[in-house]
Design a protein around this ligand. Sequence first.
Ligand code: B12
Length: 466
Amino acid sequence: MKIKMILPALTEAKSPYWRPIKYSLFPPLGLATLAAYCDPGDEIILADEHVETLYLNDRPDLVIIQVYITNAYRSYAIADHYRSMGSYVCLAGLHVSSLPEEARPHADSLFIGPGEDTFPRFLQDFAQRRPQQTYVSYNRTLSEIPPLRRDLIKRHLYLVPNSIVVSRGCPHHCDFCYKDAFFEGGRSFYVQRTDAALAEIARLPGRHLYFLDDHLLGDRRFASALFEGMKGMNRVFQGASTVEAILRGNLIEQAAAAGLRSVFIGFETFSAGNLLQSNKKQNIGKDYTEAIRRLHDLGIMINGSFVFGLDDDDKDVFKRTVDWAVRQGLTTCTFHILTPYPGTALYKRMQQQGRLLHNNWDLYDTRHVVYRTAGLSAAELEDGYNWAYRNFYSWGNIAKASLQHNHLKHMLKHFAYAGGWKKFEPLWNFIIKTKGLNHMLPLLESILSKVPSRRTIQPPAIQPAP
Ligand code: B12
């Protein structure tokens, strides 16, 4: 059977925000995961429109399309095209799970939730020529997943071909997150078996790994065993955590010993009112500065995530946030305009309050204001968001933030990482055009090399004389 799996590109590919390098980071892991359930005799093409032109003149037997919010319209157009050619089309992913009825006219079969239980069921039904219209995932486990079909990934087209996920979901329930809607009706946080996760890591060439898990430290027992198992594997890796998990126990030291060199943290806001409103309880009363100190002492770089536009925000929030991030020596920052994704508690609340301006999903990209704001106007919010990016990534602030570290090597790494990521767009575009992205990996690995930890270089306490 001929199967085509497609990750369509967001409509914004033509907008001024389009950064080819941002969209050439990670391969479509979800689709590569599901491809592993297909028959070894199937002829599978895995097409990622972010990094390659989609060929549309073929006629596969089965077309699988993964739908995010910002690629939804493009996905529907591709689905309509292939159905008109006579292919059988499946639509799935986060946006379809939130709004199945919107997607239904474009699909032969729809899938709600993660695909590890539903996709094998569908493949069986399809082989017996009785596929159902809708498949809903209830049985949530990663204990038996087969090794991903990484052979289908065109590694040379990505800066980070070694992305990996060893869990699904997250233990927390923030109002603005996609998670609760996607995992409704079953478990919303579960992990792989440690031995299977370690085997997947061992299969990846090179040193660098990027864990895309929402919260790599979310299951302490699993994370501890994983980091223990990774010791001696000579890896450098990046991942995501909460402030709370960094402050608790010694898991972060274990992660550093296993090779963690940079961490994504959702600080989101400094306002307790905003945190409460968003049900981000795990951040309330937590000492952000102490978590940062702890990470820097371990030589770990930080990518801080912030949301602008929560109801407690005022006009000063942008400057306050950028000044703080620079003072704290954050290496990179990801700013977002609050975006109510359909299916989330935030979306429902905004809908009840009549605050949603429209349902044009192309603009639900965390860069546009799509709701009626409270503490500041929509124009102030969009201008402030753009100002925050410009200002945080000015050469002056990159240098200033780099100088916050105690170790020269950490300063240089910070400067190279932040500058390299944001200041060399034409160079990145050239490298992408000449298909040379994978040659950049050794450079990334060396930027992520170990910084001597302050704690390990501290002299031992002097014993009192007997
Ligand atoms: C990596 C990533 C990216 C990468 C690339 C995406 C890629 N190559 O897959 C980049 C950096 C480009 C990116 C950009 C953006 N992203 Co993004 N990204 C992610 C991230 C962190 C991981 C995705 C991943 O690999 N997950 C792991 C795999 C295993 O899960 P999965 O892909 O969801 O696949 C599973 C299911 O969806 C389902 N499934 C998927 N396809 C199919 C098909 C079938 C047949 C079946 C049965 C099941 C099925 O089963 C799979 C296995 O369980 C997610 C967060 C997350 N944890 O998922 C956000 C996330 C997907 N991104 C999001 C957003 C909003 C964006 C941006 C708009 C942000 C921005 N301002 O730039 C852009 C636009 C992207 C776009 N294409 O439209 C949101 C999507 C919200 C929504 N409701 O759609 C998420 C959920 C982040 C968040 N917390 O809000 N992103």
